[in-house]
Structure formats: C-alpha cells, structure tokens
Design a protein around this ligand. Structure first.
Ligand code: FCB
Length: 453
C-alpha cells in the first residue's frame, strides 16, 4: 500500500509517473513480418545466455501489446517508455524499409494515445541490426550516418503523434559490455574497439538530435544515461574506480552536454576524433534521462586489456536477490549531482528491483521486498526534489518481467509476472502499490510549474 509519506508533496502538477521497457526484451516475434536479425539474436545463438534462452518469443508483446497497454491503463501511468527495434523497421539497418514493422509501432502508439498514455520513444536500446554489426557496427564512423537515417525514418513516421524522443539508452553499458569487456552483444573486446564505439555513438547522438529537431518541430529530446557511484572493491582499486567512473558516468554526458570528454579519456578518444566532432556531439537537449539501480564496484584487472573490471560489492551491504546493493541514499546524491553538473530537467527513466519472483499457492506474487525497495527509492527522490533537484518524472523498470540480457528470463524486474509457458500476465503486489502511489500523488497539493521540458 502506498504510504502517505510517499505520496506527500512535493510532486509537481506535471510530474510524470511511468514504466519503461525495451524492444528486444519484450517483443518476441523475432522472425515475423520481415524483422531482420539483431545482434542479440546472434549473441543468444552463440549459447552465452543463461539456460540458452533467446528473445524469439520473450513476452510476445508484439502480439499482446493491447493487453499490455490495458495493464498500463489499470496501473494509472501517464507515460510509457519503449524502444523501436531498428531491425524490425530496417531489417538490414539501412536501405529497404519494412512497412509491416513500422505498422507495429503505429498500432502501439495509437493504442497508447487512446488509453491516455504518452509514448516516450527511445531509438536505441541495444537492438542493433546484425547487418550493420557485420559492417563494424559502432566501431566505424559510418554508424553515425546510419543512425541519423534511421532517426529520420522514425521521426517522419511517428513525429505527428510522438513528442518525447530519446536517442540512446545507456550508451555506457552497451559500449562497455559489448565493445570493451565483450561479455554482451556483439561480443567485441579491448580498449580500441571500446573507445571507437564511444566516440561514434556520441556522434550518432548529435546527428540524431539534429535530425529530430528538423523533422519534429515540438520534439522534446533527451538521452538516457545510467549514473551510479563507482566505488573501489578494495583499497587497492581506487585507480580502477576512477577509470570506471570516467567510462560509466562521464564518457557520454560530458561531451554531449558540456562539449568535452572526461580528462581520463581525452587522450584515449583523441585518435578517433576529427575536427568539429565535439561541436556535432554537443547539441542542445531538453532533458536528462537517468537510470539508477545501485552503486557499482571496480577492481583492477591486469589480465584484461582495459586493466579494470567490475568487482564484487562488500558482502555486508544490503542487496537485492540478484546481488545488486541497495542504497537509496546514493540515488538521492546522484540526482543532486547530475542536476548540478548538467543543469537539465531530470527524468528517472529506470529504477527497479531484480528478483526471482514466483507465485504462492494461491497464484499471487507478493513481492514485498520490491515494494520496500521502490518505496525507499521514491522517498529518496522526494528528498532530492526537496533539496532542489529538478526531477520531473519517475519510470519503473519494468512493466513486465522480461529477457534480462545474459541472465535470460530467470531474473525478474516486472510489476507484472509473466508465465513464459502460457504468456499469462499476473499483476504482482507491487503493481497495486505503484497504482496506489500514482493515484495518491495526483491528489496531493502541487508545486506550480513554470515551464515544461
Ligand atoms: C538496465 C537496462 C535495462 C534492464 C535493466 C535491469 O541497465 O537498461 O535494459 O536490463 O538494467
């Protein structure tokens, strides 16, 4: 049940409560209606996912989107953040357009609007067409142009109904894991590929902002960064933590919002940068999308070409069942810090609790620890707002349990439980908690708003 404390002011009149998802993690229909292969199809086929799972069916959202929108309406969210699967609308990443794929997002957007839910469209949530990966993917400079053309297709098609656009979700995560450590799609590793990918993703972001601005006159454009304190796993790991912090928290927001790379990365990126690149990367955006789960820990790793890796959190810290430390205070500090650093309105576009939920003997999913987690994090956000952080929205990750990348389906983040055999959707106790919170927050006194981002 929503504590009155959670719902108490200050919530702005236009504070946006939402849920988030991503294409590969929920859609399924991997080979239907002309969708081309994605790097995650290839990575799954390589057998590196828990239980050899794939995204072939996932939550079957491609066919069940109307039921999922109805769930969102019941939940009372004002907004839904989803991503477009690039390989569904451009099966080879460029060239021939797949009308059937475009039609799917027309149906989704129209159904959301009819339910009074604002669509927040993210262009890229780790769903790169395999054909483009075959050409080098993010490590080649051409990638910025491919992405701008894709952004143009999406802007022209949906810009009459969609106003909120994000260019990328968590560029730090997909570059570090997919081009640095190599343990996620597309599985490349090393400093050279990582630094190239970072710079080209930054260039692609700037190019897409320009394209969307020119095509969608009232567009509200942002990008979604994971921002987390990076702490040393042991006293010997302070340097590793400093470098991880630069890659994790600075490599994207700094050039995009401030016009320069963090000092730790300047010389590493320099060989791949051309005159004028930084000016093209640093384009005006309207808001800062922030994903936050927990602090992360760094360790030195002499065996890796990066010389650092992710370390284990101290065992005595409270953590979620999947081992992520819980620290709502770190969330509050992050919101305040990001507000000061980048001076943009903040939307929290992911926050959530990963567990191994299972129905009880009555078929109910009583996920009290998730409620406790979300409640503590909402309280921390409220405290940050009271201290001056300009936070304008909060989106839970995620509406549905879904494909959690290399962890497959065993890790569950949803407010709605998915039975992957029957595809039956069952709202968990946290679903009712969130519905109560949204309803109660809408009934409290409000701060007046002067302008909307
Ligand atoms: C974030 C990702 C999202 C999901 C959550 C748990 O880093 O953006 O796709 O996997 O973590």
């Amino acid at each position: 049940m929503a504590s009155p404390k959670n719902a108490a002011p200050p919530w702005r009149r236009d504070f946006t409560w939402g849920v988030s998802s991503s294409s590969f993690q929920i859609e399924g229909a991997a080979r239907e209606d002309g969708r081309g292969p994605s790097i995650w199809d290839t990575f799954c086929a390589s057998g590196r996912i828990a239980n050899h799972e794939t995204g072939d069916t996932a939550c079957d959202h491609y066919h069940r989107y109307a039921e999922d929108v109805a769930l969102m309406r019941d939940l009372g969210v004002q907004a839904y953040r989803f991503s477009v699967a690039w390989p569904r609308v451009l099966p080879h990443g460029r060239g021939a357009v797949n009308e059937l794929g475009l039609d799917f997002y027309d149906r989704l957007i129209d159904t959301l609007l009819a339910a009074g839910i604002e669509p927040w469209l993210c262009l890229y949530h780790w769903d790169l067409p395999q054909s483009l990966a075959d050409l080098g993917g993010w490590i080649v400079r051409d990638a910025a142009g491919w992405f701008a053309d894709y952004a143009s297709l999406v802007g022209r098609r949906y810009g009459d109904r969609v106003r909120r656009f994000a260019t990328f979700n968590e560029p730090a995560v997909f570059t570090l894991f997919g081009y640095g450590f190599g343990d996620s799609a597309p599985g490349a590793s090393g400093t050279d590929t990582l630094n190239r990918a970072i710079h080209n993703v930054n260039r692609a972001h700037g190019a897409a902002v320009d394209v969307l601005r020119s095509l969608v006159p009232n567009a509200s454009i942002g990008i979604i960064h994971n921002v987390q304190p990076c702490l040393p796993a042991t006293a010997a790991d302070t340097q590793a933590a400093d470098v991880l912090d630069a890659y994790w928290n600075g490599a994207f927001p700094n050039p995009q919002c401030l016009g320069y790379y963090p000092p730790q990365l300047t010389s590493a990126i320099e060989p791949y940068s051309q005159p004028g690149d930084l000016a093209h990367i640093c384009r005006r955006i309207d808001w800062f999308g922030l994903n936050h789960y927990s602090p992360i820990y760094a360790k030195g790793d002499p065996r890796s070409s990066l010389r650092f890796g992710l370390g284990a959190a101290p065992e005595d810290l409270p953590h979620t069942p999947i081992g992520w430390p819980t620290d709502a205070g770190a969330f509050q500090e992050t919101l305040l810090k990001v507000g000061t650093q980048y001076r943009l309105p903040i939307y929290v576009l992911e926050n959530g609790f990963g567990g191994y939920d299972a129905p009880d003997s009555f078929g109910r999913i009583v996920d009290t620890p998730r409620i406790d987690f979300l409640s503590a994090y909402v309280d921390a956000m409220r405290a940050a707002i009271a201290k001056g952080a300009d936070v304008r929205g909060y989106f839970v990750w995620s509406l549905l349990d879904n494909f959690e990348w290399t962890q497959g389906y065993r890790v569950r983040f949803g407010l709605v439980y998915i039975d992957y055999v029957t595809q039956k959707r069952t709202p968990k106790a946290s679903f009712s908690w969130y519905a109560d919170l949204i309803r109660a927050a809408g009934q409290t006194d409000h701060l007046e708003t002067s302008h909307a981002a």
